[in-house]
Design a protein around this ligand. Structure first.
Ligand code: HEM
Length: 140
């Protein structure tokens, strides 16, 4: 029963994180969000940020708990995989390579990571244009 509750909590909190992450990615910066009265499902940006943080903590706690409960299964899975593939843990190496590409690519400004980060800048310019069209000015 505990296993099921923890697994479902990881799943639901991850779904909440996915939603709130997308919203925080596309939402205008805090000051502008307040000025233009940005909301989604009647909640303002500050409320979505709070949900992102508490959902994030729930995800971390439930994720660690989930890993501890399933530790043996995880280790056996990697061992069996490595036996089946000439003792080289191919899946583990592939997962490490994907992660390394993302993190090294981020600090080294390599596309497409650079584009993901720049996308926020493009959205910022878009919101600024909207602001000047609607007559809003920062500090008003
Ligand atoms: C699915 C994984 C996650 C994604 C894709 C994600 C994405 C984001 C994005 C797009 C922002 C907005 C950044 C900005 O405004 O410059 C953000 C902010 C933040 N995230 Fe996450 N996040 C994730 C998981 C987490 C987790 C697990 C935590 C831990 C609690 C967390 C804590 C925060 C905090 C503290 C902020 C700053 C909020 C603020 O503006 O004050 N995130 N995240």
């Amino acid at each position: 029963m505990t296993r099921k509750i923890i697994s479902l909590t990881v799943f639901i909190s991850f779904a909440v994180l996915v939603l709130t992450s997308i919203l925080l990615y596309i939402a205008p910066h805090n000051q502008m969000a307040r000025q233009v009265g940005w909301t989604f499902l009647s909640l303002h940006k500050g409320q979505w940020t709070s949900l992102h943080i508490t959902g994030g903590f729930l995800f971390i706690v439930a994720g660690i708990w989930h890993t501890v409960i399933n530790w043996r299964v995880l280790v056996n899975y990697i061992r069996n995989k490595s036996r089946a593939s000439f003792k080289i843990p191919v899946a583990l190496l592939a997962a490490l390579a994907i992660n390394a590409f993302i993190y090294i690519g981020t600090v080294a400004h390599i596309p497409p990571l650079e584009h993901i980060l720049n996308g926020r800048g493009v959205l910022g310019i878009f919101y600024q244009e909207q602001e000047s069209v609607s007559g809003f000015r920062a500090g008003d």
